[in-house]
Design a binder for this molecule. Structure first.
Ligand code: SF4
Length: 358
């Protein structure tokens, strides 16, 4: 894996993004921001599932007016997502927001942008320059390739802010097309010193969207590019957070929650391994400690994988061996596989102390 790109850290509320900080997981509420109670509830759900920064849509004055009440109850740093109307950004800053996302494709007026920058500078609030392929002005470098247009739009806005003596900047370059997105981030990575927010926009429903996001974000993160990620799915935002952590866990960049190693099953399996793995996976949803659990269908790879895991089962005909930290701790009958494994998982999770690696 390539060494992480160097970036100037910024603070979104209490969370550091960039520099040596861990890659931050963020999401966005899907409630109507004007519905204060629903938005606070969803932010609390997001915090419980591991989200570290949350963005809220601020489409009008009423949504801005909801910000102070949401801020009072929500413990996650809050970013206001602003399009079209610069006055909403100014009002969100007044309302105590921790960060702004503005889309340079949707606020083109330089004087308006300068007003936002001046107010953000005064309050020391970072701004994400959030370029989106779908909202590039049609007359902006129309003959250039899409990735280049996105990069140039971000660079133009970055330089404009720098000329206003503002550098609390974060940049994103999102498209639905994964190669375009990857190319855009690769192009900008050594052109600016600011943290990069990664995402594949409008990635779709969870099944396909998780794959698109994992490929796009995975390539970039493996190359050391990216300081914060948001997975965009047509699903509850906690699904986004789950996928984000799976991507980071897969690359060894963050540890949160259990990891399930399960064999795909085949003609050699002596038990219904898919059903067992699903039941174990359901049980693991409540585990926040970074433990590795193996569910293996037979003796071919079973003992090897189960030995490598913190806790595991290698199933055989009518009975299976439960492993813990490489040692067989018990042999159980088939009807007790699930309960025996759950007991070991819970016991290990309770024992787990201070092993978290960021
Ligand atoms: Fe098949 Fe056994 Fe491998 Fe599972 S561990 S896929 S049952 S050979």
């Amino acid at each position: 894996m390539t060494q992480r790109r160097t970036s100037i850290p910024i603070r979104i509320g209490r969370v550091t993004v960039g520099g040596n900080a861990p890659v931050v997981v963020q999401s966005m509420t899907k409630t109507d921001t004007r519905d204060i109670l629903a938005t606070i509830n969803q932010i609390q759900e997001l915090e419980e599932c591991g989200c570290e920064i949350v963005r809220v849509a601020v489409p009008d004055k009423e949504a801005v007016e909801a910000i102070p009440a949401i801020k009072r109850e929500a413990s996650l740093p809050l970013i206001a997502d602003i399009h079209f109307d610069y006055r909403l950004a100014l009002a969100a800053l007044q309302a105590g927001i921790d960060g702004l996302r503005i889309n340079p494709g949707n606020i083109r007026d330089r004087e308006q942008t300068a007003k936002i920058v001046a107010a953000a500078r005064e309050k020391e609030i970072p701004i994400r320059i959030g370029v989106n392929a779908g909202s590039l002005p049609v007359n902006f470098e129309p003959d250039a390739p899409l990735a280049e247009r996105m990069v140039n739009m971000a660079l133009e806005q970055t330089r404009f802010m720098e000329n206003l003596n503002f550098n609390l900047i974060k940049v994103s370059l999102k498209a639905f097309d994964v190669p375009t997105t990857v190319q855009a981030y690769q192009m900008i990575a050594d052109k600016i010193p600011y943290p990069l927010h990664l995402g594949i926009t409008e990635a779709g429903l969870p099944r396909a969207g998780a794959i698109r996001s994992a490929i796009g974000l995975g390539i970039l993160l493996y190359q050391g590019i990216g300081d914060t990620i948001r997975v965009s799915l047509s699903a509850h935002p906690c699904e986004e957070v789950f996928v984000a952590y799976e991507i980071l866990k897969t690359l060894g960049l963050r540890q949160r929650g259990a990891t399930l190693v399960s064999c795909p099953s085949c003609g050699r399996a002596e038990v219904d391994i898919v059903a067992l793995a699903e039941a174990v996976d359901k049980h693991l949803q409540k585990i926040t400690n970074p433990i590795k659990v193996a569910v293996m269908g037979c003796v071919v790879n079973g003992p090897g994988e189960a030995t490598d895991a913190d806790v595991g089962i290698a199933c055989g005909k009518g009975k299976g061996a439960i492993f813990r930290k490489g040692k067989v701790v018990s042999t159980v009958k088939e009807e007790n596989f699930l309960e025996a494994l759950k007991t070991e998982i819970d016991s290990l999770s309770l024992d787990w102390r201070g092993l978290a690696r960021w």
